[in-house]
Design a binder for this molecule. Sequence first.
Ligand code: ZN
Length: 101
Amino acid sequence: MKEAQFEYKCRRCGKVTRNPSCRVDLAQYYMVCLAVDGQAGDWQHGGIIRRHDIHNCKDGGTGLSDLLGCRVVETEPVRRPKLARKENEELKLRSERSERR
Ligand SMILES: [Zn+2]
């Protein structure tokens, strides 16, 4: 499974950080929104992507980081065991139901 992660680079210390990932097509859409409007994200659920972020530098200072873009990574389909177990149970039920038809 492929996901996109937004990368930010701290102007002060140079550290590159990545925020939680999302679907690749959604990340590409967000990048277009950022380029056009300067902001993007799911305003209703709080997943906002901004051009800048704050970085707590290793030396105790605080830096301003800039959005570099997003990278695509290969991830395991199961990251949250409890949720994944529930999803797997639902998938199993669905496949059993479709087999009966
Ligand atoms: Zn920093």
